[in-house]
Each structure stands twice: as structure tokens, then as C-alpha cells.
Design a protein around this ligand. Structure first.
Ligand SMILES: [Zn+2]
Length: 223
């Protein structure tokens, strides 16, 4: 009797040890299986190229328009158009060459037309110049690179000060009155140009297509 009881206790403890060992190894196996499956899942999206990494639309889409009805009113001289006194939609025409900006037309407006900062930035040029009347440039950051944004045909008395900072959407100035000294005799419109770097180049036209490479199509920022 005593012998059988000891034998039974011995068998029972053997079973317990085997079961415990079994659970221990099962747990270990399950954990490593979970870890490897987690690893696989987390690696999959990282291995695929992000649609945002190579695209430029996401950050540039945050820009404000420089004037109201910006796109609708680019009706005469878009960016890059080759203008001659003969083919120009503006008559009489005194300029010729590839247009470095986009002209936004407001000749039908009798009230002041406000221009706004398209992004946070700093005024890096502000003066009067032949062909423009008032002109200023706002330096902004686009995709980590400095860009200078030119606003031409501005009322000189509304020009900002060089060094002044503006927040996106903030009003900076107003357009000059058409056919007056404020616009150097031009119709009321905004000549709006974007340089892909921080050069202070105010040329409205260039004579070769390759010379146009420093400028970007302003509309391309809003796609
Ligand atoms: Zn222009």
C-alpha cells in the first residue's frame, strides 16, 4: 500500500513536470512566432516607397493665393509665353521675350486689389523699377529650399519694408492703379513670378528659353 502510494505520487509529479515543461516550451515558441509575425507586418509598409516621399504636392498645397481669383484671372500672359509686339494679347506691347511670371488681370476692378503672402516669409526687395512701378519680393521656404516670390505692379505707397516678416494669408500691399505711374503705365494686373532659389532677379522677360530655367510656373505650386 505504502509502495503504491509513493509510486503514484512519483508518477503524478512526473506528469506535472512534463506538463509544466510542455507549457514553458509552447509559450516560448508562441512568443517567438508572434514576434516574427509582428516583424514581418511592420517591415512591409516601410519597404514600400511612400507616395508622399517623392511627391511635391503635399507641402506646396499649403500655399495661399497671392490675390483673389488667382487662377481664373490668368487670361493674357501665362508663365513662359513668348511675347512679341506682334503676337501679344496686350496692345500696344512694348516688351518681348519669354514671360518669367504669370499675369493676373484686374483691369475691370475699380476698387483696390489686395495682395497677400502666399506663405510665411520675409521681404527681401522692395522698390520701384522700370516696367513695374512698385515691385517687391518675398522669400519663403518651399520643401526646405528658399524661393523668392515676385509681386509686380504694386502701388508704391503700399510697398512693404525690406526685412519685414509676413505670415501666410497676411495682406502685404495693393495693386497700382492701371495706366498710371504706380504701374509704370501698365494695365492693372499682378505680375507674379516664382524663383526656384533666393536670387533677387526682377526681370519680367528673358530672351532665351534656357534663361527661363531659374523660374517656376506659379500655377505648378497649386496643383
Ligand atoms: Zn507680366
Amino acid at each position: 500500500m505504502k509502495f503504491t502510494l509513493l509510486k503514484m505520487l512519483g508518477l503524478l509529479s512526473l506528469v506535472i513536470i512534463l506538463l509544466a515543461g510542455g507549457f514553458y516550451f509552447y509559450g516560448k515558441f508562441k512568443k517567438s512566432a508572434d514576434m516574427s509575425s509582428t516583424k514581418t507586418v511592420s517591415q512591409t509598409p516601410a519597404a514600400q516607397p511612400s507616395p508622399f516621399a517623392t511627391s511635391s504636392w503635399a507641402p506646396t498645397n499649403n500655399l495661399d493665393f497671392p490675390v483673389s481669383q488667382f487662377k481664373q484671372r490668368i487670361t493674357k500672359k501665362p508663365f513662359g509665353k513668348y511675347i512679341t509686339p506682334q503676337n501679344s494679347p496686350v496692345q500696344p506691347e512694348r516688351f518681348s521675350g519669354y514671360h518669367t511670371g504669370a499675369d493676373v488681370e484686374y483691369d475691370d476692378m475699380t476698387s483696390d486689389v489686395r495682395v497677400y503672402a502666399i506663405s510665411d516669409g520675409k521681404i527681401v526687395l522692395s522698390r520701384t523699377a522700370d516696367g513695374y512701378g512698385g515691385v517687391f519680393m518675398l522669400e519663403i521656404q518651399l520643401n526646405g529650399t528658399a524661393h523668392t516670390i515676385l509681386y509686380g505692379h504694386i502701388r508704391p505707397s503700399s510697398l512693404p519694408k525690406v526685412g519685414q516678416m509676413y505670415k501666410k494669408d497676411e495682406q502685404i500691399a495693393v495693386l497700382g492703379t492701371g495706366n498710371s505711374a504706380e504701374t509704370d503705365g501698365e494695365r492693372r494686373h499682378l505680375h507674379f513670378a516664382v524663383m526656384g532659389d533666393n536670387r533677387l532677379d526682377i526681370k519680367g522677360y528673358v530672351q532665351t528659353q534656357s534663361a527661363l530655367s531659374g523660374w517656376l510656373d506659379p500655377l505648378s505650386l497649386y496643383n
